[in-house]
Write a protein that binds this ligand. Sequence first.
Ligand code: ZN
Length: 196
Amino acid sequence: MSVTDAKVASDVEARLKKAEALLEGHFQLTSGLHSDRYVQCAKLLSHPKEAEAVCAQLAKRFADTHVDLVLGPALGGVIVAHEVARALGTPAIFAERKEGEMMIRRGFGVPKGAKVLVVEDVVTTGGSVKEVLQLVKDAGGEIVGVGSIVQRAPQSPFDVRYESLLQLEVTAWEPAECPLCAQGTPAVKPGSRPGS
Ligand code: ZN
């Protein structure tokens, strides 16, 4: 990691903490695993100026390549795509799930041969992004890369160029092996409480 990239990473971490988007405690993740940290990027992205500033850093990572279109999976990728596209001067579109299947709807499309940057807020397994990459390929678009604000995967889950601003590996346990459960504290589902 370059000095500049390290500076950006600590800046993004500070912004996440300030927005209470980076929580420490005892959490039950969507996967069912328990963790001592939780990232809720939506809390950061709810501040337009923060979203603009952070996504401009992500756009900068792709300054060396031509991008025609930025595409993100809903919901996490919608604002990221919008703000990265603002910085790059391109349109932004999103893909969404209908009956479980990822698709591009609402009259959006990927023109044949378009150079497409796929973005997401947080990449853990990269499942949704991989589905979006397939949609781009099926439409005849050219993938220039994937970008995310936070990377929770230890390595890139993608076979294309991948840039992230902050790597925060998930420390997660099966509930039976969770040291926090062993201490007797209850796990909370992040976002399940009103106002959280
Ligand atoms: Zn636990």
